[in-house]
Design a protein around this ligand. Structure first.
Ligand SMILES: [Zn+2]
Length: 288
């Protein structure tokens, strides 16, 4: 899809943001993305995994108007576009989103030209937090696929790429530079996982890692995301070296080659050991 007329470009260190919103909103997006990029890079570097700069600037399109966003994204997403406030598409390698303050600020008369502080204030409201978390989640995917964590179009397990995105999705709008949210408990995901635990099948860990089926099934997807968050949280905290070793192994995968369930299980087991034992430790840890 080509860019509609009337869009301008806001450039930051790592991003090109195409927008027809107010310049202030484009700047707010650029600053959110750059803070996330910085936090993401520092986080993995401290864990011993070197992130490289993106080969090309990371691109995002920000629509002022939700209907224009829907018209633009429907060919890519179908009806799912209605339900999401923004997304990263692997094929185009772009983020697409719209001005979230338009939704929350309907009662306000001056719709344009808000300061970053005002935008933060609007988007810190409880009913906006989910939307902002989605944007951060999607922006995390974009960084991860462009800076060496995963290889685009490779057979990266969804539990792993989604686990990283949910691990980072807790936004921190309060600080201008830092990003204190990383690694914090993701309460909505934890609560979801705790509810799932009541009837969690004994082979849940295996079905999570062996293929992507649970993520693709709308009836089971939210539990799969919750379990991916819990597993990622557990592994990063309790087995960081193994987690990084697994991540390095995945990052070497070539595009367009599929591994199949047995290979996925083998690769996981080679690094993390016996599944049943790990699962018992995982459940003890997360139920504390
Ligand atoms: Zn995701």
């Amino acid at each position: 899809a080509e860019l509609p007329d009337g869009f301008r470009v806001h450039q930051t260190a790592n991003y090109l943001i195409f927008y027809d919103t107010s310049p202030g909103y484009a700047q707010w997006c650029g600053s959110l993305f750059e803070r996330l990029y910085m936090a993401f890079t520092n986080f993995w570097r401290r864990k011993g995994f070197e992130i490289h700069q993106p080969e090309f600037p990371l691109a995002a399109i920000v629509f002022a108007d939700r209907n224009a966003y829907l018209r633009h994204s429907r060919p890519e997403l179908g009806d799912a576009a209605e339900a999401i406030v923004g997304y990263y598409a692997m094929l185009t390698n772009r983020m697409t989103m719209y001005d979230l303050t338009g939704v929350e600020a309907l009662g306000l008369t001056e719709g344009r030209g808000r300061s970053a502080a005002q935008i933060n204030l609007i988007l810190s409201q409880p009913n906006s937090q989910y939307a902002v978390a989605t944007i951060v989640h999607e922006a995390t995917h974009q960084i991860a696929f462009n800076c060496g964590l995963h290889t685009r179009l490779s057979d990266c397990p969804l539990w792993f790429s989604e686990g990283v995105a949910v691990y980072f999705e807790t936004p921190d709008l309060s600080s201008a530079r830092g990003w204190r949210g990383i690694g914090a408990v993701n309460h909505p995901r934890l609560e979801r996982f705790r509810r799932y635990l009541a009837a969690r099948p004994a082979d849940s860990l295996e079905t999570l890692i062996r293929d992507d089926a649970r993520f693709r099934d709308p009836a089971r997807a939210l539990d799969a995301y919750a379990e991916a968050w819990a597993l990622t949280y557990f592994l990063i905290r309790q087995h960081p070296k193994k987690y990084i070793a697994y991540m390095s192994m995945l990052s070497q995968k070539k595009p367009l080659l599929q591994d199949g369930p047995n290979r996925r299980i083998d690769e996981f087991r080679t690094i993390f050991g016996d599944l049943r034992q790990l699962d018992a430790e995982f459940l003890r840890y997360i139920s504390r």
